[in-house]
Design a protein around this ligand. Structure first.
Ligand code: ZN
Ligand code: ZN
Length: 358
């Protein structure tokens, strides 16, 4: 009898997860749930946002040179509720709602020691094929994570909002890379979820004026709704951005969030001399008019992921100082993950699509 009990228990310890096997090959699978070890907690995932990187893995089976080499659980924009606590966990308790930081730095490499954990040489980031074996992600009903990855939320805090902590952290970090925005004239090129959250983050940081560009009227309407002062449809009216490139450009700071060559070119032209161009979108190999960057003495700054900004993002969401709710267009059950991914890939229909896990 005890043996049968154990066998049944062993069978019960699996959970439904979304795995990518290769390009256009997304499957639901039951995967094992470990018992939380020291310093770990078990979390019932409540909300999971589908990110551009998840879509690359789904549509192409890769992000540039980073290739899916074994089935990978996707997802890194996640929030949930604590359902079990391992030994030596003090800061969390059963029933706590948490936003989960998907990045685990090693704490020991030269970047970690220098306080630059986001450049950790041994970073374990959820749902990423960068390492092999890959680091599985959080699109699963039950996740066991390190307690130190969890940031507590108020009781009953909306988990769909909490699942914006990760992409918002990316944008807060991009803003941090730009330096002070107080009183600055800012351009945001590309108004997908990252562009839209960058608009919110730039406004929060005190930008005086924000102009946003995209090729989708729907994305631009959202940009206006969340606080862009001016929007330019660069497909319908490219001359409007071109006019802002006159006299060595207009913008003190530009955030290139599209990861597309025409958007980068537009941002480069429209940024004023000695301005700062922050490269947020990941566009692979692109040509750049270096003579423009040189002659205008532009600062080109990369930005990647985040570090302490994750906690800042949670604080901004909890206080309501940044409200990402207008970005959330769809919530779809994990059982229909493929439909959710197809919808998320359709920019004409969706902005941020989240999975639900009930
Ligand atoms: Zn993301
Ligand atoms: Zn490290």
């Amino acid at each position: 009898m005890p043996q049968a009990e154990t066998a049944r228990e062993a069978r019960a310890r699996t959970t439904l997860a979304v795995m990518v096997h290769g390009a256009r090959d997304l499957r639901l699978a039951e995967i094992p749930v470990p018992v939380p070890g020291p310093g770990q907690v078990e979390i019932a995932i409540g909300a999971g946002g589908i990110c551009g990187s998840d879509l690359h893995y789904y549509l192409e089976g890769r992000i540039g040179a980073i290739v899916v080499r074994e089935p990978l659980v996707l997802g890194h924009e996640i929030a949930g509720t604590i359902t079990a606590i391992g030994p030596a966990v003090e800061a969390l308790k059963l029933g706590d709602r948490v936003a989960i930081n998907p990045g685990l730095a090693c704490g020991e490499c030269r970047y970690c020691r220098a306080g630059l954990r986001l450049h950790c040489l041994d970073m374990r980031f959820y749902g990423s094929a960068m390492r092999y074996p890959h680091v599985h992600g959080g699109f699963r009903k039950v996740l066991v994570a390190e307690a130190r990855q969890c940031v507590s939320l108020p009781a009953d805090f909306d988990l769909t909002k909490a699942a914006f902590a990760e992409p918002l952290a990316v944008c807060l970090h991009a803003v941090e890379r730009a330096g002070p925005l107080q009183g600055r004239n800012v351009l945001v090129t590309g108004c997908g979820p990252i562009g839209a959250l960058t608009i919110l983050a730039a406004r929060h940081a005190g930008a005086a004026r924000i102009t946003a560009t995209d090729v989708s009227a729907k994305a631009l309407a959202l940009a206006r709704r969340i606080g862009a002062d001016e929007t330019i449809d660069v497909a319908a009216a490219p001359e409007r951005l071109a006019a802002l490139a006159a006299n060595k450009g207009t913008f003190d700071v530009a955030f290139e969030c599209a990861g597309a060559a025409p958007a980068l070119r537009g941002a480069l032209e429209a940024t004023r001399a000695r301005g700062i161009l922050v490269l947020v979108g990941i566009g692979g190999e692109m040509q750049l008019a270096m003579s423009v960057a040189v002659a205008k003495e532009l600062d080109l700054r990369g930005t990647f992921r985040f570090d302490g900004e994750f906690d800042q993002a949670v604080a901004a969401l909890v206080s309501g100082r940044i409200d990402p709710a207008p970005l959330l267009t769809d919530v779809i059950p994990i059982e229909e993950a493929r439909r959710a991914f197809d919808l998320a890939a359709d920019k004409a229909r969706a902005m941020k699509v989240q999975l639900s896990f009930a």
